[in-house]
Design a protein around this ligand. Structure first.
Ligand code: GRF
Length: 202
């Protein structure tokens, strides 16, 4: 069985959806580790409740980013992690770290990349006035919100939508497609060729 580490810094609703999907076997893998850089993150409670090992690694406890990432890598090695799932992890991983786990780190972004990168994807799309936005799951590379795209699904922005109603729609979709993408990875169905990710149907 593959070992998954989830990284999060905040609320943790995606993490909760992933825990649920593992519980009812929509993801057939082991949630071996939760990595968190924020002691106040709501996500920590989900890890505790589910009995998942928690690595709380705070950036301010290290002089350099290298030191911070070396500590995380130690936890990942100990837990024999096969896949890193970023779920609202608010730090950029260094090029060296990404290289070490090439094609084994995935992220979810609340917009249709390459549009509306950054931490305010939902708000930025809403304020821009686009009629369609959505959710993207992608492999992580050295650049922010940039790596090869695994899954994307669209959400319509209706005239009656508010930022809050749009956020609710986006999160609901995230909770559906992130587990799906993780299970595709676990089953070995993702084949990356340059920027293109093929999904084998057998
Ligand atoms: C999600 O919207 C995700 O797309 C983005 O960060 C947010 C995390 O939300 N990367 P949560 O902590 O999972 O509730």
């Amino acid at each position: 069985m593959k070992n998954i580490a989830v990284f999060a810094s905040g609320r943790g609703s995606n993490f909760a959806a992933i825990i649920q999907a593992v519980k009812n076997k929509r993801i057939k893998a082991n949630l071996a580790l939760f990595v968190c850089d924020n002691p106040h993150a709501g996500a920590i409670n989900y890890a505790k409740k589910a009995g998942i090992k928690i690595a709380l690694v705070k950036r301010e406890d290290f002089i350099s980013k290298d030191g911070f990432e070396a500590e995380i890598t130690e936890y990942l090695k100990q837990a024999k992690i096969d896949l890193i799932v970023l779920a609202g992890f608010m730090r950029m991983l260094s090029a060296g770290f990404v290289r070490e786990y090439k094609n084994r780190i995935i992220n979810i972004h609340p917009a249709l990349l390459p549009s509306f990168k950054g931490s305010e994807g939902i708000r930025d799309a809403f304020e821009y006035g686009v009629k369609v936005t959505g959710v993207t799951v992608h492999f992580v590379d050295e650049r922010m919100d940039h790596g090869p795209i695994i899954l994307q699904e669209a959400v319509k922005i209706e005239e009656k939508d508010t930022l809050e109603s749009l956020e609710a729609k986006i999160h609901k979709l995230e909770h559906k497609i992130y587990p799906k993408a993780i299970q595709l990875f676990v089953l070995g169905k993702l084949k990356t060729k340059g920027r293109r990710v093929g999904i084998s149907i057998r």
